[in-house]
Design a protein around this ligand. Sequence first.
Ligand code: MG
Length: 328
Amino acid sequence: MARKLEYVWLDGYKPEPSLRSKTKVMTEDVTDVAGCPGWSFDGSSTQQAAGSSSDCLLKPVRFIEDPQRDDSALVMCEVLAADGSVHPTNSRGTFEDDPDFWFGFEQEYTLMEGALPLGFPKDGYPGPQGPYYCSVGINNCVGREIVEAHLDTCLAAGLGITGINAEVMKGQWEYQLLGEGKQAADDLWLSRYLLHRVAESFDVTVSLHPKPIKGDWNGSGCHTNFSNTAIREQGGEDMIKGICEKFRGQHASHIALYGSDNDQRLTGLHETQSIDTFSYGVSDRGASIRIPIGTVQAGWKGYLEDRRPASNMDPYKVVGRIITTVNG
Ligand code: MG
């Protein structure tokens, strides 16, 4: 019954793109992505074109319900240049999809009131970290109503959210989202879109910065768990360690695409490995790649966790790099 289509795309801002959207009102019902016409926008207002030749095209690629609005849907789009070619800012259009891959993202973020995390006093800091992770009660847990509203909205939209939790820094939260191939990245972007929009109603903003507060405060990551059929069903110690070694060889090129300011987060402290070092290990939360104990106990079958991506990473780039590294 969708008659209001909210076309969502990524702009040309650096180092990370921002989400943009606008509404297309239809006279007939639209129920899937095939029913969504192409559209265009002013690329000179999004750092994607010069004013003298400003039209960029929107190519719909993913359609989900929009539970916050009557008769509405969200339509994730790729950006194309006016001649129909993949626009240089279009990170989704640059790699081959492989829906055999499953991705489980752990999206961390911080709710902000002005320049401060929600729950931080106007002058100074709250008590040190320790009591906030998975907490209950207003001394330690802030923003629950916002997080719950986002969860319900995502579930009603059909997004594969699999859990939420309060994180280690006060005002910091996480949700987990599961998906397949490129669509997993579409859905992470759409879940972020809904998070920003839900936050509007509560007069707070969402920071995806990997180190929102300097000092002895946890940063925010987007740990990316992944597998394909071979990892899930065949496995073996040699195969799993072989994949980790492929990642070692690509460490620098991965880090370059895993989010800006990630050096402030990947310090070797706060459950991270240093940004310049690559390591992997069973159950090791101080490693670049964690091999979960469950994977080992199942006979080295299951999934791997790439702990390097920052909370502000572009999931198209991370998904693309993981697929091409494993398959390469
Ligand atoms: Mg976490």
